[in-house]
Design a protein around this ligand. Structure first.
Ligand code: NAD
Length: 483
């Protein structure tokens, strides 16, 4: 697909416009200019896509697990062959640095390969029971899965959900975020090229309030896997309740980065920069609350200020760029609103706080990396997910205080702990109420390890073999052998 072309829906293996011919325009975040025109699907398009997925289901579930694995391997190879094109598309559409976009495409390829490799190795159990016979378990596919994803890691999150769904024999209707549909549409083309049958993977682009809701309510959709904001997650869960759909929710976060005085401070600083500014802070796992032991607080804050001030912002397509713009002008306004609230509520602005001075960036939706010190627990910048390049740094005294501060959040997605004391690292890791934690590093996301949130950060797990449980139904069969 060439950028600036008109992008259509992919339903039943065909590239088609929306039934009513409606389209929407994508704006490139780094320049503010038009990037592409995309079909804006409506409820009738949802109907067509779900029907196609439902028709394809009986055939796809009968494809042997080994053959499904081979198709997913072929898809992974095609993603690698088309890596540069996909990465450029993602970089321009989402405004993310090209190096990160390449990593995301690699992650997607690895993910399809991981689940392709897993699917013919997971079986059921034989269970001795108190009766003259034996119980067996089987994993059955669920049926049509609606996959709804956000704009921050479009191809990666799409793969996290689609790979286990397809591997287990489900069919899919994918709804990408309005802002970032381009790599999803290209992925659907590559699926067909890999030999995955028509109708198994369909993509409809359009508004969440229309297409997303119609998918979640549709009686033929058996499972909804949603990644996005907690507010929309609540709505999805309520809408899914009427038809008792299986639901996986990956939602917002406000993760804590806990730095003890005995840690390698320079390493912790450098990681605090990348783990809060990666993807310009538009990351559900962003460590946006930095908790620092009092005795090293001043030196840490000064080093962090220097780290934030030296981040290279710029054109996402340039190799040296480390941080791109906010996804849209509207989102930039939202983030700037949080910055104003921090100032109004009395936090101390250490650096950033506005668009960068560099005039060459004035066409894009950039915000300079921003640090607040002196933040207090009740402030909005401490409690709410900002989803931008903004951190609040706060001192603590003692292990217990660090745990209490980390847990003082309605979210529970991610976090990091920095200390050379392994006992303390594990004590704190067990006590912090989040689903994913890293010790002495800034990220814990690995394909083989389960990923997901506690509290209002979500329900269910993605990645690892754990995800297979969320894309299959467990069936128990008892065989009487009493004769
Ligand atoms: P969003 O909730 O606004 O949108 C997410 C998706 O839901 C989009 O495709 C959107 O069109 C769709 N949608 C919107 N309203 C809908 C409705 N009523 N019914 C069904 N679908 C609807 O989120 P966003 O702004 O695209 O992404 C940012 C959010 O995503 C942040 O809160 C972030 O933390 C979260 N996120 C979470 C994870 C995770 O794994 N936990 C990963 C990435 C992003």
């Amino acid at each position: 697909m060439s950028v600036a072309a008109e992008a259509k829906l992919i339903i039943d293996g065909q590239s088609v416009p929306a039934v009513d011919g409606r389209t929407s325009t994508l704006i490139e975040p780094a320049t503010g200019s038009q990037l592409a025109v995309v079909a804006a699907a409506g409820v009738e398009d949802v109907e067509r896509a779900v029907s196609a997925a439902a028709r394809a289901f009986p055939g796809w579930r009968r494809v042997s697990s080994r053959e499904r694995a081979q198709l997913l391997f072929r898809l992974a190879a095609l993603l690698r062959q088309n890596r540069d094109e996909l990465a450029r598309l993602e970089s321009r559409n989402a405004g993310k640095p090209i190096r990160d976009a390449r990593d995301e495409v690699d992650l997607a390829a690895n993910c399809f390969e991981y689940y392709g490799g897993a699917v013919d190795k997971v079986g059921g159990q034989t269970i001795p029971v108190a009766a003259p016979g034996v119980s067996l378990t089987f994993r059955e596919p669920i049926g049509v899965c609606a996959i709804i994803v956000p704009w921050n890691f479009p191809i990666a999150i799409t793969s996290w959900k689609s790979a286990p769904a397809l591997a287990m024999g489900n069919t899919v209707v994918l709804k990408p975020a309005e802002q970032t549909p381009l790599t999803a549409l290209r992925l659907a083309e590559l699926m067909l090229e890999a030999g995955i049958p028509s109708g198994v993977f369909n993509v409809i682009t359009g508004a969440g309030s229309v297409v997303g809701e119609a998918l979640v309510k549709h009686p033929l959709v058996r499972k909804v896997s949603f990644t996005g904001s907690t507010d929309v997650g609540v709505r999805v869960m309520k809408l899914a309740a009427d038809t008792i759909k299986r639901v996986t929710l990956e939602l917002g976060g406000k993760s804590a980065n806990i730095i003890f005085a005995d840690s390698d401070i320079d390493k912790a600083v450098s990681s605090a920069v990348s783990s809060s500014l990666g993807n310009a802070g538009q990351d559900c796992c962003a460590r946006s609350r930095v908790l620092v032991e009092q005795s090293v607080y001043d030196q840490f804050l000064e080093k962090l200020r220097r780290g934030f001030s030296s981040v290279v912002m710029g054109d996402p397509l340039r190799e040296e760029t480390e941080m791109g713009p906010m996804i849209t002008a509207e989102h930039r306004e939202r983030v700037l609103g949080y910055i104003r609230s921090g100032i109004d509520e009395g936090a101390e602005l250490v650096c950033g706080g506005s668009a960068p001075d560099d005039p060459s960036l004035s066409g894009g939706t950039y915000i300079a990396p921003t640090i607040f010190a002196g933040a207090k627990r009740g402030m909005r910048i401490v409690r709410e997910e900002i989803f931008g390049p903004v951190v609040a740094v706060m001192p603590f005294i003692g292990e217990q205080a660090a745990i209490e501060m980390a847990n003082d959040s309605e979210y529970g997605l991610s976090g990091s702990i920095w200390t050379r004391d392994i006992g303390r690292a594990l004590r704190v890791a067990r006590a912090v109420e989040t689903g994913v934690l890293s010790i002495n590093t800034g990220s814990s996301v690995h394909l083989g390890a389960p990923f997901g949130g506690f509290k209002k950060s979500g329900i269910g797990r993605e990645l690892g073999l754990a995800a297979l449980d969320h894309y299959s139904e467990m069936k128990s069969v008892y065989i009487d052998v009493s004769g």
